[in-house]
Ligand binder design. Structure first.
Ligand code: GTR
Length: 341
């Protein structure tokens, strides 16, 4: 509920920011003796984040902003706006594409609506483990995907950890059969719609910030996410059945708008790219800590957590999704296979 109130403030705030047209202000430092150092431009950028201030991705955004600030001797300032203060995730990506917001930290799930290649991450049971995901993300294929956002007027700077997604419901949920007919909120993209269909459920695309009230009012029965998101949003209070099938491991991505990128000198571009890469280790550490805390809190709160010991029935059920979409990503799927630890 606290999150809902924060989001209401966030919407009002967004309107004010959009009306006042505040984005990526650029000034040139002219004070001093006229040397090259004195004429380097200063920038003030905004970064959109959907999660709460204490969430691992928000902490990493802030760490990234600090590195950039320090390394640019205070010339480049990045203000982080958590709790969807600049809009829900898909809307924030759109604003980044238009150049109205400078950075967004988003899941790769909604990015698929802007660049089809990103839907590869929504294919079910693709990665076995966190190690497997990171082998892929840190490979040349991971880098190519970051660069490929350029065709959508954006650029990926770095990936962050996001664990595995599993189903949770307001109705008893202990096995695949219980998903039949349930209305499940998804991150909107074509693969997710077919995935729910294959599992016998009904897909309901909905913004992340609406899921709590959606579950509470029965507009949806269920949703799916990792332990940290399930905990941080309080979804476990209204959907206390968590079924650990781990159907997807969708990374987080730190993205910059091409409009902001092109304002920067090559030197500053390098500084930003390096700072983003250097913030990965910090995020992964915060992620591991928070994932453990979230699991403990959820179990302590009395949530019914059921582990799926054998996912083979699930993998069989989702075959039609892989048959329909797999061919679009054959090269990436070959790479995923080759990088299996
Ligand atoms: C979370 C992710 C968010 C958002 C959310 C969702 O795991 O960190 O950025 O994409 O999932 O399901 O909308």
């Amino acid at each position: 509920m606290r999150n809902e109130i924060m989001r209401c403030f966030a919407v009002v705030f967004t309107v004010i920011m959009i009306v006042s047209g505040c984005s990526g202000r650029e000034e040139t430092k002219t004070a001093g003796g006229g040397g090259e150092e004195d004429t380097k431009p200063t920038y003030e950028f905004r970064l959109a984040e959907t999660h709460a201030p204490d969430y691992p991705t928000t902490l990493a955004d802030k760490h990234f902003a600090e590195l950039v600030h320090e390394r640019s001797d205070g010339r480049i300032k990045i203000d982080v706006f958590p709790s969807a203060a600049l809009g829900e995730e898909a809307a924030a990506i759109e604003q980044v594409q238009l150049g109205a917001i400078d950075f967004v930290r988003t899941s790769a799930g909604p990015l698929a609506e802007f660049n089809k290649d990103y839907a590869v991450f929504s294919l079910p049971y693709l990665f076995d483990s966190d190690e497997h995901v990171w082998n892929f993300l840190l490979s040349e294929h991971g880098d190519q995907l970051l660069d490929s956002l350029e065709s959508s007027k954006m650029l990926g700077l770095a990936y962050y950890s996001s664990g595995a997604r599993s189903f949770y419901s307001s109705k008893p949920l202990a096995g695949l059969e219980d998903l039949q007919g349930q209305k499940i909120r998804i991150q909107q993209n074509a693969v997710n719609i077919d995935l729910m269909d294959a599992l016998g459920a009904s897909a309901t695309p909905m913004a992340f910030g609406e899921v709590y009230s959606g579950l509470q009012t029965g507009v949806i029965d269920a949703a799916e996410n990792n332990y940290p998101s399930y905990y941080s949003t309080g979804h476990y209070e209204v959907a206390p059945y968590f079924l650990l099938d781990g159907h997807q491991r969708i990374p987080e991505v730190l993205v910059i708008s091409m409009t902001a990128w092109e304002k920067l000198s090559e030197e500053d571009q390098e500084l930003i790219r390096t700072a983003a890469k250097d913030s990965i280790a910090f995020q992964r550490e915060k992620w591991a800590e928070y994932e453990q805390l979230a699991e403990e809190e959820i179990r302590d709160a009395g949530v019914t957590v059921t582990e799926v010991a054998d996912v083979s029935a699930w993998q069989k059920a989702v075959q039609p999704v892989l048959e329909k979409h797999g061919a679009d990503y054959q090269d990436l799927l070959d790479a995923v296979e080759a990088l299996r630890p």
